[in-house]
Design a protein around this ligand. Structure first.
Ligand code: TMP
Length: 211
């Protein structure tokens, strides 16, 4: 049997879109296909990136500048790529990341107004040539996502942003999906869990040649 080639799939969407549930189902599906799996999250996934995550999301750091925020996300990502994602892909692993550079494109690029192109340019250094083979966008209106999150006790610094900010994020994601239709699959996150999973699987099989 030939060694499997690594694949990199990212899950994106506004806060509260149900990414985690779909990540778990996707993990099971890819395991059944014989893949070793690395489940990770951005920002985070290793000690250093998790520590940076703690700084970024600290709700008391209200003075944080947008450029600082952008660079901290990029720093956390640089370590995640170096320490986890790159080695895993080289070993033939299927990597599933809860968020990646597209989150910066929409939250910092559109939400904060820094511009998508600036965000990708800043991140180029952190990514070391690594981009997702496929990105799943869980598409959901901002109000619905935020309402789901409101049930959770402590909101972090980003979740505390205004509804307007989160609406910009959602619009940004939709634009991004139009911009990169080959890579980004936009799925209606209001559908049933199993329906969403079936759509994801059908597309993975088509896009990545799995069967
Ligand atoms: P999470 O709670 O979904 O792991 O994400 C943390 C928060 O950080 C979430 O509100 C989205 C935001 N975020 C950015 O603003 N830029 C980024 O580059 C990433 C990865 C996340």
């Amino acid at each position: 049997m030939t060694a499997k080639k690594g694949i990199f799939i990212t899950m994106e969407g506004p806060d509260g879109a149900g990414k985690s549930t779909q990540i778990d189902l996707l993990k099971k599906y890819l395991e059944d296909k014989g893949y070793n799996i690395l489940l990770t999250r951005d920002p985070g996934g290793n000690d250093i990136s998790e520590a940076i995550r703690g700084i970024i999301l600290n709700k008391d750091f209200t003075e944080m500048g947008y450029m600082t925020e952008l660079l901290l996300y990029a720093s956390a990502r640089a370590q995640l790529v170096k320490e986890n994602i790159k080695p895993a892909l080289e070993a033939g692993t299927a990597v599933i990341a809860d968020r990646f550079v597209d989150s910066s494109a929409v939250y910092q690029g559109i939400g904060r107004g820094l511009g998508i192109d600036t965000v990708y340019k800043v991140n180029e250094f952190a990514l070391q040539g690594i981009m997702p083979d496929m990105t799943i966008l869980m598409d959901l209106d901002a109000e619905v996502g935020l309402a789901r999150k409101k049930n959770q006790a402590e909101l972090d610094r980003m979740e505390r942003e205004s509804v307007d900010f989160h609406k910009k994020v959602v619009a940004g994601y939709r634009d991004l999906a139009d911009r990169y239709p080959e890579r980004i699959l936009k799925v209606d996150a209001a559908l049933q869990v199993q329906e969403i999973h079936d759509i994801i699987v059908a597309n993975i099989e088509k896009k990545l040649g799995l069967e």
